[in-house]
Design a protein around this ligand. Structure first.
Ligand SMILES: Cc1cc2nc3c(=O)[nH]c(=O)nc-3n(C[C@H](O)[C@H](O)[C@H](O)COP(=O)(O)OP(=O)(O)OC[C@H]3O[C@@H](n4cnc5c(N)ncnc54)[C@H](O)[C@@H]3O)c2cc1C
Length: 370
């Protein structure tokens, strides 16, 4: 079988499929895996973010993230970070709603304590806060490499520089056109990120209404003499900005969601400026220069839940798309779930026990066409 897309989704499902005995070829159009959205994330693991099915998938992914390392991956995949949700006086209702929605994934945080944890916070800004003690930084590169090693150890192959340019169903299997010739496979898994609907259109399969949305990030230096590494991430309760320590610097984002065609997303000056401005309203953070900036596409369907499973209109065509802004933290469970579906096996019970249902992820669900 062929998996299209060498980001976190494709690498993880390819590894799981190969581990279950399937013969797997992973195709990536770029010269390296993880070049697009996977290499551009904020790398946070939190069970307090996203719709319920994402939170359930992320909880079920904890077992992979917390697994001990080995000689090839000596460091843990997670590093404790913590995440604080910030609310001004006019955002108190939003904070109450979030506390209610997230239940015991978060705890109230006294404003004085938040001020201690986030020393740049402007005095008088904060009226209320919540903390997610379990939020952690993900070593995204290590996770991606781990899946690619698992794929290869189980006999699977990855080909980079392999852009799929055509897909057609012929004589009970798929013909996959590549620049250097055609392949055939009984099963195709579409893990092409922002391009997933394009791949479907190529194959004559109905799309899922995927909306790639650009999100911008910039790295700036902390004030002289300050070491932010132990600070938690801080997120505006209405998700208008966030700020996160990143290897001695501070990652700031306006949490933008600008609709885009699938592409090699680039940051717009204006979005960077908006991000800095919003952060500076809450934090006393002078910014003299931007050390680095980037953008990536977070791809959503209408209900913001992932799409995983067989296309209702095409035998042997499986979706693994629409992970939005949560596709790293949910990848381990989503990959196990999708691999079982592809091979016609029962859904993993530990993932079901967290509350994930086939209906919530189904490519046939009504929310996709509503
Ligand atoms: C700024 C930002 C912050 C984020 N923060 C977080 C976070 O903190 N935590 C979290 O869990 N998630 C986060 N995300 C979301 C996460 O990064 C994505 O959900 C995840 O990376 C999606 O992985 P993917 O494999 O589906 O997509 P991608 O990584 O984009 O992979 C898809 C691949 O398919 C390939 N492809 C496309 N078309 C073809 C073709 N025709 N032939 C061959 N290959 C093809 C592409 O080249 C690409 O490499 C963030 C995203 C952004 C942009």
């Amino acid at each position: 079988m062929v998996v299209i897309g060498g980001g976190m989704a494709g690498a993880s499902v390819a590894a799981e499929l190969a581990g279950l005995g399937a013969q797997v070829l992973l195709l990536e159009r770029e010269t390296q895996p993880g070049y697009h959205t996977t290499g551009r994330s904020a790398a946070l693991y939190t069970v307090a973010y996203g719709p319920p099915v994402i939170r359930a998938l992320s909880r079920a992914s904890g077992v992979t993230f917390k697994a001990p390392g080995d000689s090839q991956r000596p460091h843990p995949l997670l590093r404790p970070r913590g995440a604080v949700f910030l609310a001004r006086a006019d955002q108190r209702d939003a904070l109450d709603r979030l506390a209610h929605e997230l239940g015991d994934a978060v705890a109230p945080l006294a404003t004085a304590r938040a001020q201690d944890m986030l020393p740049l916070l402007r005095s008088g800004y904060l009226a209320g806060a919540l903390i997610d003690h379990g939020a952690a930084d993900i070593d995204v590169e290590a996770l991606l490499r781990q899946y690619l090693r698992q794929l290869s150890a189980a006999g699977g192959t990855m080909r980079c520089g392999a852009m799929v340019t055509g897909l057609s169903r012929e004589g009970g299997s798929w013909r996959i056109a590549l620049p250097d010739g055609d392949l055939r496979a009984e099963i195709v898994v579409n893990a092409a990120g922002a391009w997933a609907d394009h791949l479907a259109a190529m194959a004559g399969v109905a799309g899922i209404g995927l909306m790639p949305k650009r999100r911008t990030a910039a790295l700036v230096s902390p004030p002289e003499g300050m070491q932010p590494d132990a600070w938690p991430m801080a997120v505006d309760v209405d998700e208008q900005f966030y700020i996160k320590p990143d290897a001695g610097k501070l990652l700031v984002s306006p949490a933008d969601e600008t609709l885009s065609d699938p592409c090699d997303a680039q940051p717009e000056e204006l979005d960077v400026a908006i991000g800095i401005d919003r952060v500076q309203q809450a934090f006393d953070l002078p910014v003299r220069r931007i050390d680095h900036k980037w953008a990536g596409l977070r791809s959503f369907v209408a209900d913001k839940c992932p799409v995983a499973g067989q296309a209702p209109d095409a035998p042997g065509f499986f979706w693994l798309a629409g992970q939005g802004g949560y596709g790293i933290q949910s990848a381990p469970a989503l990959a196990r779930w999708t691999a079982a579906a592809v091979l016609g096996r029962p859904a993993p019970t530990d993932i079901q026990d967290e509350g994930v249902t086939a209906a919530a992820l189904s490519p046939s669900r009504q929310a996709l066409t509503a």
